[in-house]
Design a protein around this ligand. Structure first.
Ligand code: MLT
Length: 406
């Protein structure tokens, strides 16, 4: 054998590819249908004017010999690392320094690649349901056993549903790597300060490393919900954090993110910050200069206000989706500090059955909860990333569709 046999264990297609394929088939069979997409979390607002201006300026710099930039620093340009340290961390009263911040091309890549720092035998725990990238990347590395059609035999699942208010319990068996995401994708729920304190204490006691995804932190409103795990004392010795410009500033196409690997995070006598730098210098040549300048612009006064307005636009969509469900008697979570709304499918329908019915009868695309893990079975996710007009139309169609289910 010369191929990686672990790929043979992974379900045939990535969740969002399967959804896209079913929608493509439906549209081919029904060319007249006007399908409304509340599925994958892809933004629809154009880039903020301050971001576009920064892009133009950076392109002009690339056109002149005196300001042209070739390869950039592998960990990212100082100007952006400093802007993130100030804008995302100092602003919270948290001490994260620029040299602990690595610029990437998306949280998807970094959260998939980070597992390379850990041994083949490191045991992994994920909340369930979960962003599939954490699971699939560990499956490809052969770390989580085999897939029995529903679960990975070597993976610890931490179920989250309405029976535990979407708060994962500490793993019953020892684990070394713990993936947490707040605001959560897919459920839209958040972890409180007490929840995070419990996790940080657990990791400090056991030596586990927490991989904390805050790709949706810009959607948090108010001061009660932590925006970073480093708001919790001692987290800098146990946690890596992933942040992103994708959903905050409409960078799903441009691609820019950051990963914090604190200096104080050491295992087996080794600095994980040094390991990640080594990994990135070998396998990554950096996010384009013009994109890093664009990301920097989101921290200026104009950029900040513009991207905040976009976040509020999506949050209004999310509220409408949640209210529509609740008015139809369907209890939902998320949509408050998050662009995602999550609910149990009505009438005990399974996730794909609800997906097909919603597509065929209301021409709305959502995401089947079972695609995010076994506890997602019988659940469904709707995203707020469409336009306000499309979301209003979808809300009307959704209400009529739910009424027909009784
Ligand atoms: C989602 O819909 O869950 C996200 O768009 C996936 C991603 O950010 O990669």
């Amino acid at each position: 054998m010369i191929t990686n046999q672990h790929f043979g264990e992974i379900p045939q297609s990535y969740l969002f590819s399967e959804v896209a394929e079913r929608v493509r088939r439906f549209e081919t069979q029904h060319p007249e249908a006007r399908v409304l997409r509340l599925g994958i979390g892809d933004v629809t607002r154009p880039l903020a004017p301050a971001v576009v201006e920064a892009l133009h300026r950076a392109v002009d710099e690339q056109a002149a010999a005196a300001s042209f930039q070739g390869y950039g620093p592998e960990a990212g340009y100082g100007f952006l690392r400093e802007a993130i340290a100030a804008g995302e961390y100092a602003a919270l009263g948290v001490d994260v320094s620029a040299d602990e911040i690595f610029i990437g091309d998306g949280s998807k890549s970094d959260s998939a690649n980070i597992q390379e720092l850990f041994s083949e035998t490191a045991r992994v725990a994920v909340t369930d349901p979960v962003y599939p990238v954490y699971v699939d990347s560990n499956a490809m590395a052969g770390r989580i056993g085999s897939f029995d059609g529903e679960r990975w035999t070597g993976l610890t699942y931490m179920p989250c549903d309405d029976t535990n208010e979407y708060r994962p319990a500490l793993p019953a068996k020892p684990v070394e790597l713990i993936y947490l995401c707040s605001p959560n994708n897919p459920t839209g729920t958040t972890l409180s300060r007490d929840d995070l304190t419990k996790w940080v204490e657990y990791a400090r006691e056991t030596g586990a490393v927490i991989l904390f995804d805050v790709a949706y932190r810009a959607f948090i409103t108010g001061d009660d919900v932590p925006r970073s795990i480093y708001e919790i004392e001692g987290a800098d010795e146990v946690a890596i954090e992933f942040g992103s410009f994708s959903k905050t500033a409409g960078f799903t196409g441009l691609r820019c993110s950051w990963t914090v690997v604190p200096r104080n995070l050491r295992r087996d006598g080794v600095s994980l910050n040094a390991m990640w730098l080594r990994r990135q210098s070998t396998k990554f040549n950096g996010t384009p200069y013009i994109v890093q300048r664009a990301a920097e612009a989101t921290y200026g006064a104009a950029g900040r206000a513009q991207v905040q307005a976009d976040v509020e636009y999506y949050l209004a969509n999310a509220r409408l989706i949640r209210e529509t469900l609740e008015a139809a008697g369907v209890a939902a979570v998320g949509g408050e500090h998050s662009p995602y709304v999550w609910f149990r499918c009505p009438r005990g329908m399974d996730s794909w059955e609800f997906f097909d019915a919603l597509l065929e009868r209301a021409q709305i695309v959502g995401t089947p909860g079972v695609g995010f893990g076994p506890t997602g079975a019988g659940h469904f996710r709707l995203s707020a990333f469409n336009t306000a007009e499309a979301t209003q139309e979808a809300a009307g169609r959704l209400a009529s569709f739910l009424a027909t289910l009784g």
